[in-house]
Design a protein around this ligand. Structure first.
Ligand SMILES: Cc1ncc(COP(=O)(O)O)c(C=O)c1O
Length: 413
């Protein structure tokens, strides 16, 4: 309502009020259609809705086991926290270079060289406040109206919303338990058309936990030809069987999204980055300058400490996740959930729950309300995951055990 409404003297007679309404009709109509059509049908991020309901129940004293949220239960390592505190106290509280501190960009380039033997320069990197803003920068830069982005379905819940809200159209390739939820190069080839702007991949994957193999990545790059690949590598390093890869091992015609949230247990710090082909740096930098100016300075120092400091804590976290993964898969299978291809990365199990029901949202609601176990409904990740439930093992083994005990009892009843 415009401020003038509140200034109206309520002793005015009805006629005056009517006159006011007529005079303001135009602005009332404008207000009701103010929001963009692009976002009118944006779905909620269901995992957040589950979390918020779970927190509401906790406030009322209910015991809740959280297997919904994709957030490490580990604290950020002390040396990373110290680096941020030291940087803040030393006065690193100003804007930085729009692309990020050169020392952090050098450390990122070194990580890619040391782990994957790929050569990128610090100039190709834009440091952002999380991987999500990096995604926004990229889609704003890439998408013309109606441009299509090929992606798998199931997919990370927010991808289609980034694409549609920047004017594009998601072009889904449905994957399933039978093909291990893997994008197949042949199908990618069949989807490519004149409107295809990019092919989006995510390995290790949220929600499937699957890791794209060397041959699949090679195959996708081959069929992509001139079309760039967008590779979301945020779960890089969280791999329990086999190797993970960066798309940069296979092609330079790629945009890489990555960040510190998952591997370094730094979700709340908001630190990520985008690696771009050289010819697009300037455009992306200009968008970054306009939209975000730069990323928090002392958080960037924390990022340098994460990359350059000791890595034992990361190794320990990976070992712990793996123990939970093996336990969770075993228990879910015992209960009758179908997991044809076991997940090998990230910290998720996407289990086929159709034996228990078709409507994943309703199933997750019932489970939460009845036994206090919070799980993400498959539908959050696209129609390809309907009938499935996503279990996150970013929670302690004790809590996972308790969650499985409650679930087993509930399902058997
Ligand atoms: C696949 C994927 N990409 C991106 C993100 C967003 O990460 P960030 O915390 O860096 O914004 C997430 C968060 O869960 C994710 O699962």
């Amino acid at each position: 309502m415009p401020a003038t409404f509140f200034a109206v003297d309520h002793s005015l007679n009805k006629n005056l009020l009517l006159l006011w309404l007529i005079l303001n009709l135009q602005s009332l109509v404008t207000m009701s259609i103010m929001l963009s059509k692009k976002v009118a049908n944006i779905p909620p991020f269901y995992v957040m809705e589950v979390l918020e309901r779970a927190q509401q129940l906790e406030e009322k004293g209910r015991s809740i086991i959280h297997l919904e949220i994709g957030e490490p239960d580990f604290p950020t390592a002390p040396h990373i926290c110290d680096a941020a505190a030291t940087a803040m106290c030393a006065g690193n509280t100003k804007y930085t270079h729009s692309q990020g501190l050169i020392e952090l960009r050098q450390a990122i380039a070194k990580k890619y060289k040391d782990r994957f033997n790929v050569d990128i320069t610090p100039e190709q990197i834009i440091v952002t406040s999380g991987t999500s803003p990096a995604m926004l920068l990229l889609f704003i830069a890439l998408i013309n109206p109606e441009d299509e982005i090929i992606m798998s379905n199931p997919h990370y819940a927010c991808y289609p919303n980034f694409v549609t809200s920047t004017g594009g159209v998601p072009d889904y390739i449905y994957t399933n338990q039978d093909n291990g939820f893997m994008l197949q190069p042949k199908e990618v080839a069949a989807h490519i058309n004149p409107k295809t702007k990019a092919i989006l991949i995510n390995s290790p994957s949220n929600p499937t936990g699957q890791v794209l193999s060397d041959s699949i990545l090679r195959g996708i790059v081959e069929v992509a030809g001139e079309i760039p690949i967008i590779s979301d590598e945020i779960y890089q390093g969280l791999v329990y069987e086999g190797d993970d890869h960066t798309i940069l091992e296979y092609t330079e015609n790629a945009f890489v999204l990555n960040g510190f949230s998952k591997l370094y247990a730094m979700t709340g710090w908001r630190l990520g980055y985008l690696i771009t082909p050289k010819e697009h740096i300037r455009t992306l930098q200009k968008i970054q300058q306009n939209l975000f100016i730069s990323t928090n300075a002392f958080v960037q120092y924390a990022g340098i400490a994460a990359l350059e400091g000791p890595q034992e804590h990361v190794k320990e976290m990976v070992e712990t996740y793996n123990k939970r993964r093996l336990y969770l898969i075993k228990r879910l299978k015992e209960m009758g959930f179908e997991i044809k291809t076991e997940p090998k990365g990230a910290y998720y199990v996407l289990a086929d729950a159709r034996k228990f029901g078709e409507d994943s949202l309703e199933m997750s609601r019932q489970i939460l309300e009845n036994i206090g176990v919070a799980i993400t409904p498959g539908i959050d990740f696209g129609i390809g995951a309907e009938g499935h439930l996503r279990f996150s093992y970013a929670n302690s083994l004790d809590n996972i055990k308790e969650g499985m005990k409650r679930l087993e009892k509930y399902l058997s009843e």
